[in-house]
Design a binder for this molecule. Sequence first.
Ligand code: DPP
Ligand code: ZN
Length: 848
Amino acid sequence: QKTIHLADYQPFTHLVERVELTFRLAPGATRVLAQLHLAPNPARPGRHPLRLDGEGLRLVACAVAGQAVAPALDDSGLTIAPEDLPEGPFLLETEVEIAPEANTALEGLYMSKGMYCTQCEAEGFRKITYYLDRPDVMSRFRVRIESDLPVLLSNGNPTANGQGWAEWDDPWPKPAYLFALVAGDLRAHSADFTTASGRKVALNIWVRPGDEDRCAYAMDSLIRSMRWDEEVYGREYDLDVFNIVAVDDFNMGAMENKGLNIFNSRYVLASPETATDDDYARIEAIIAHEYFHNWTGNRITCRDWFQLCLKEGLTVFRDHQFSGDMRSAAVRRIEEVVALRARQFREDAGPLAHPVRPESFVEINNFYTATVYEKGSEVIAMLKTLVGDQGYKRALDLYFDRHDGDAATIEDWLNVFEDATGRDLSQFKLWYSQAGTPRLQVAEDWQDGVYTLTFTQSTPPTPGQPEKAPRVIPINVGLLNPNGDEVVPTIMLEMTQERQSFRFQGLAARPVPSILRGFSAPVVLEREAPPEERAFLLAHDTDPFNKWEAGRALAKDVMAAMVLQDAPPSPAWLDAVAAVAFDGGLDPAFRALCLRLPAEDDMAQTIHAMGRIPDPARIHSARRAMAGALAIRLGEGLVQLCRDLDDGAEFSPSAEQAGRRALRLAALALLARRDGGKLAAEAFAGARSMTEEIGALAALLDVGQGAAELQVFADRWGGDANVMDKWFALQLALAEPGEAAELTERLTARADFDWKNPNRFRSVVGALAANHAGFHHLSGRGYRVVADWLLKLDPLNPQTAARVSTAFETWPRYDAARRKLAQAELERILAAPDLSGDLREMAGRMLA
Ligand code: DPP
Ligand code: ZN
């Protein structure tokens, strides 16, 4: 396996001026004819051989300037010697044969339930034809598809079609990873959109027959995304058509191919009966994300894969902004941070930690990570906080102006901020090169009316980076009077040193600080505070994120004391939660978030950061006990809450209604601990939406009930794979620690456990891995079952196997017995014959 280094970047020897592709589709033997109009790249003077990437292709013919040539072939491509190449521009023609029906890796051209589709990011195009498969090689593509299937799609605009063929022309130069082709018996849900400058765009969402009536929400999200990008970023769509295709077998969430986005069907299809409120929110966010890539990713792409965060961090940031504008910004921010801590902080604290812009990799597919995406987005959020809204707007305008049509780098990105704002960002750039989550300690001082906050930053060592330099950290702070009034509204403190003090004068009394408002930097705030202060902020903070955060910190303090000191659930915490739960003046969605207890894995991460060894079984019991105590403390009020929130209104996926449902279901889950699930069973029977159906079922399973309801659910939804994925995942999420592995074995033995489908694999094997106490059960069975399935999937679909393997990344935090068991499984994986490069890299890094 070869390691690729950022420092080794060189422009390619040749340029591609134009590409013409013809596809003669057949499941077992598709022919791909390629005409590449090539020219030597002036940036690489001298005569060079032509090296093209290609994997799993059968070369049928190859000609240069009309003359047949015999290139040197190997496993990863072909080489044509300089003496076989003309000196100036020339035409290279190749014909290859591939077998889409045999493609189980779901990269390149493959088949899903009778339809052809492609996935080329990052390096899938080389499985379709010989090409210069790297993002800085951009070209215009014309495509002809020949097939008897009724719908034939590719990038760009349709130019001509007839019986059994269609032609497409994409006027925008693009790298091969944005190429797409779809052929199938599909139906469209259509609409149109007129851009700000009056261009009329045909919008289609293509699905299998029967699914047309589940596309309305995705279409609505698309139209709102298109409008929003015009209004907020001044970016218009640039083709006559925008197509989205839903496919059931897909490794990722979705893919932003130019003019032809391809989506995992679970992020397109929605109806009230089949999609939860969370599904609706995700569909909205992912539709927006892929659409926004049209400018941040496609019009401006990445020079090389090390720059992946250039498009992903920015596009995640943009989809966060969009969701915040469409829904409650405060609630969205809290959910973003919950996800960031659960996935990115976890990654940053373990053996897979890497910088937002990595400097080397073996398999690029392994770097589509929470760090590149989510931390990449947080870095941009900080940049915006530092330069202000106006500075950000000027920088982005300059970015689009200066780099439209480019394959750009993080240096280009930071330069536009420096040029637009006059700021020196050399220290800020450390956020792109240093891995690890900074810890921020706070000391306070109050003397003679002067209040001083002193911060100290440090970042633990990460693989290959023992020492870290201090970073720029924007710390948003507000101060409250002891009576609850805000005396200093949010201001940004810009920390640049390892240790730094900030003074506040003219205060009448010692204030209570609200630090890191809005989660203004992706750091761990290490500040011990008495429970009274946390409860005070939960009651009075004007910053909604920090208000929630105070309750979260209090809950974590309580859980840690229960786990480490056998303490009972603290009455102060119970009272504080009760006050929020029943405060009708607060947004129901916010109240629901405050009722959610910290996840077990998150708690293990926190206990580990305290220098202690987390015990998954104890954490699990403590969390249960907290829920039980809360159910008792909230008492009959919960029944009233459920009643008040059930207003019988007609279903709408609005954030407002979703918030009411979330609070009602949170109350229902607590009530189940008091009444054995009586009300939850009624709610299940009377459910009018998937949110209620799955929420009530979860409440039942959580108290050991629900067997009959599980059966009802399976009978009702057995024909709907996306809904059944929920059925599989929910049981595993709520399985008792000692039973999770065995349940997995039972579920994987079912005929409908279609393990080659990535969604189903993740819903079962991924769900076991996400059951913290079950996966880390001391029997070692959780580790073993997951490892067995990774080894089984790897030969067919290395990308998904490698992704799910990150379940093991936390092994170093546990006790010696668990570490030994987990290590043994990773070693067993590494020793497997014919292991994929993807999984080998992951297992190797986790053991290093
Ligand atoms: N399709 C993936 C995404 O949009 C990779 N680009 O993030
Ligand atoms: Zn993306």
